[in-house]
Design a binder for this molecule. Structure first.
Ligand SMILES: Nc1nc2c(c(=O)[nH]1)N[C@H]1C(S)=C(S)[C@@H](COP(=O)(O)OP(=O)(O)OC[C@H]3O[C@@H](n4cnc5c(=O)[nH]c(N)nc54)[C@H](O)[C@@H]3O)O[C@H]1N2
Ligand SMILES: Nc1nc2c(c(=O)[nH]1)N[C@H]1C(S)=C(S)[C@@H](COP(=O)(O)OP(=O)(O)OC[C@H]3O[C@@H](n4cnc5c(=O)[nH]c(N)nc54)[C@H](O)[C@@H]3O)O[C@H]1N2
Ligand code: SF4
Ligand SMILES: [Mo]
Length: 680
């Protein structure tokens, strides 16, 4: 790909790389090699000329004075942030030598690759890195913190979790935003929701917290955290009782109805009200509106999955359209992540890759601290992630990162809380400096991100860093010399019909193309569910309280009676990307704890008071905000702030619960019991 020559002015098209469902297309104006303006593309169907408050000033990030522009070697203690600049040849040689030593002494699997969704571009996310770590036989993580639990829940029913195209919600007459904060996290879907509303749709939000989405809905149902299975069961109970089920659909497309019906019959409205905290009248209204005001669609992303039984919740919600047969109606069904469409079209699967030792990413702290692992983890390479901020049980993560015998390398754009603990930091490019192929999880447009400017400073794309490391370590297979363009071409080289008419040349000309799905494509109807028998699997369904919840078995409730949830909350944050930048912080410049008036009064806490929120994993000191957007028993803190914003030098994940079910699925972030005390 050519970079613009000097003395010219050009507009180059790219795609936002953030881990956000919207994958907006942007236009970058470049004058004499410098990007001077970045705007949402006006023709892209969902971007429609608008980016978002976090990315509108993206060029400030690209040219930020704190941007890492040279490789760095640590000179102070781990965590101190004291580094000296070194050259690329020195950096590559030192990393290769030290990784080589670790491999010689302890084997390839004593190196751990830790990467996540810093970019959604398929190339920079990890194609070359994965080839490198596969070749050295490094340990890997299960990237289960986001979306996998939701995937598994829906796949339990349908084999593969295809949902309807979110743009179809414009035709819905009922839209249930089930545990998703659309206006904040998926803002480019909101115009579609508004279009449905203009045509008479009722918009319902089901959430434990009165979010800005809940405030914009026609009806907000404030459910007790983690009790959604009971709400689904009672909806099925009422739909069945009042003959609102689609008996034909159930008979012809599903199995296990008798068992599900038995589970639902036990969930009476009174019992469900007692579990969920939603009154019987509202429950009856919800079931009837869903069953009668059709087409009715449910929208989910990941909110309720960050729980021990998150998979059950996602499975339960996914069953509803099978009960009413609403998959068959345009504007009905379940609109969930669209990522599976791209993975299917591009033929992405890991079947041909070597088996590597894998740990759940949520267990990073425990893994780094486990002296009994054979072999132990002796080297850590982090790219596209900031585990010191995003992983649960942050104190154990930081303790692990501080290990003097751990050699760690962090590939980053900024000196993040993770990078501060690295031995070597390698500077990497931003999205406007490299080529990539971008999928989406909120719509069906595949897009090509073209580099608008040359790399800033000495930054290299991730791909180039791993190419050089491979060469230095003597890995000389042809797979290590593919250029980024060749990697994109290889990915697009698929016979799948959804890629008909899409190739590198067409994307270069058009920037984005919708996957070629037929306009009337209906998941689980156009072709049967991808289960072994082609039927949607229903079966028994039970509400079980999570271990570390007020009704759960941990026994911690007496000491720590409050539940802490830490969702995405700030309009100018995107996970941990901006939590260290004052210009992205909300007024006040520090995270606050939201507590319900009832719980505040019981603890004599007033708004603005300094409080301590704590449990056995950690403790944080911050300012309290009294808010009835939460509910009694529930306190909330925003996720994404960097450590320096608390006196303890930690963020909310110092308190959160890392448990997953058998090491599979997301951590139970939102099932965290705490106590709060005022500080005199
Ligand atoms: N308490 C709590 N914790 C959570 C969550 C929550 O809701 N509450 N949410 C969870 C979820 S859903 C997610 S997805 C994770 C997010 O976890 P991550 O994916 O780790 O978080 P991000 O902040 O999106 O990205 C991490 C880093 O990637 C870097 N980056 C961006 N582009 C590139 C690139 O091209 N190359 C390289 N090398 N780096 C790049 C950025 O500078 C950033 O520091 O957090 C999880 N943790
Ligand atoms: N501005 C902004 N946008 C983002 C992000 C960001 O950090 N900032 N992060 C991006 C990422 S990585 C992701 S994964 C998406 C996430 O997008 P969403 O899934 O929409 O966001 P979350 O905040 O994780 O959760 C959504 C809602 O689920 C609710 N919830 C939690 N537990 C339960 C439950 O048990 N039942 C019900 N019914 N609701 C529950 C929470 O209160 C929250 O309001 O957002 C993406 N977009
Ligand atoms: S973060 Fe999301 S909404 Fe903002 S520009 Fe990127 S894709 Fe669009
Ligand atoms: Mo996520």
């Amino acid at each position: 790909m050519n970079h613009p020559s000097s003395a010219d002015s050009r507009v180059i098209r790219g795609v936002c790389h953030h881990d956000c469902p919207d994958s907006c297309v942007w236009d970058v104006r470049v004058d004499n090699g410098r990007a001077v303006r970045l705007r949402g593309n006006t023709d892209h169907p969902t971007t429609a000329g608008e980016l978002c408050p976090k990315v509108n000033r993206f060029l400030d990030r690209v040219y930020h004075p704190e941007r890492l522009l040279q490789p760095l070697r640590r000179v102070g203690p781990k965590g101190s942030g004291e580094f000296e600049p070194i050259s690329w040849p020195e950096a590559i040689s030192e990393v290769a030598t030290r990784l080589g030593r670790v491999i010689d002494d302890n084997g390839g699997s004593s190196v751990l690759q830790f990467s996540f969704d810093g970019t959604q571009g398929l190339i920079q996310k990890g194609v070359m890195a994965d080839r490198f770590f596969d070749a050295i036989g490094a340990s890997d993580i299960r990237r289960h913190m986001c979306g996998v639990t939701a995937w598994m829940g829906a796949a339990d029913v349908y084999g593969l979790p295809f949902g309807v195209d979110p743009e179809e919600l414009a035709h819905s007459r009922t839209v249930i935003l089930w545990g998703t904060n659309t206006r904040l996290t998926n803002r480019h879907l909101w115009p579609t929701i508004e279009a449905a509303r203009r045509r008479g749709a009722t918009i319902v939000a089901i959430d434990p917290i009165r979010t800005n989405t809940a405030e914009s809905a026609d009806r907000f149902i404030q459910i007790r955290p983690g009790t959604d299975v009971a709400l689904v069961l009672v909806m099925i109970h009422i739909l069945d009782r009042d003959a609102l089920i689609d008996r034909d659909w159930i008979d012809n497309h599903t199995s296990g109805w008798a068992k599900l019906r038995e589970s639902a019959s036990a969930m009476t409205p009174d019992r469900a009200a007692a579990i969920t905290g939603v009154d019987v009248t509202t429950i009856e209204w919800l079931a009837h509106t869903y069953g009668e005001q059709r087409p009715a669609a449910i929208r989910t992303l990941v909110g309720p999955e960050h729980r021990e039984h998150g998979r059950d919740i996602m499975r339960a919600v996914a069953m509803l359209p099978a009960i009413t047969g609403s998959w068959s109606e345009a504007g009905g069904g379940l609109a969930r992540s669209t990522q599976i469409y791209f993975e299917t079209a591009l033929g992405i699967d890991d079947a041909d890759r070597p088996d590597r030792r894998r740990f759940n990413m949520a267990d990073l702290g425990a893994v780094l601290g486990d002296g009994n692992l054979t072999p132990p983890v002796k080297a850590l390479v982090v790219h596209n992630s900031n585990p010191a901020v995003i992983c649960p049980d942050q104190n154990s993560v930081v303790q692990g990162l501080s290990r003097p015998d751990l050699f760690s390398v962090v590939v980053e754009q900024f000196m993040t809380d993770t990078a501060r603990y690295a031995d070597i930091v390698l500077p990497t490019t931003t999205q406007i400096e490299h080529l990539d192929l971008s999928i989406a999880w909120g719509h069906l447009y595949l897009a090509l991100n073209q580099p608008a400017i040359a790399p800033v400073g000495d930054a290299f794309p991730n791909t180039e860093i791993f190419r050089r490391l491979a060469a230095e370590m003597g890995l000389d297979g042809p797979e290590f010399t593919d250029t980024d363009e060749e990697l994109v071409r290889q990915l697009l080289d698929s016979d799948h019909e959804w890629l008909n008419d899409i190739d590198f040349e067409s994307l270069r000309l058009q920037t984005w193309q919708r996957l070629s799905l037929a306009g009337d494509h209906r998941p689980h109807v156009s072709s049967p569910p991808a289960t072994d028998d082609g039927l949607a699997h229903l079966g028994s369904l039970d509400y079980i309280a999570g271990f570390e919840t007020p009704g759960g078995l941990s026994g911690l409730e007496a000491e720590f009676p409050l539940t802490l949830m830490s969702r995405k909350q700030h309009a100018k944050f995107l996970n941990a990307n901006y939590g260290g930048f004052p210009e992205h912080s909300p007024a006040g410049g520090a995270p606050t704890l939201s507590i319900h008036p009832t719980d505040a009064a019981a603890r004599r806490i007033a708004g603005g008071d300094t409080v301590r929120v704590f449990n056995r994993r950690g403790s944080l000191t911050l300012s309290a905000e009294i808010s009835d957007a939460t509910q009694p028993g529930l306190v909330t803190m925003p996720f994404g702030w960097w450590h320096r914003h608390s006196p303890e030098n930690r963020g909310v994940n110092a308190l959160t619960n890392p448990d997953s079910v058998d090491g599979v699925g997301s951590a139970a972030f939102h099932e965290t019991l705490v106590e709060v005390r005022g500080i005199d």
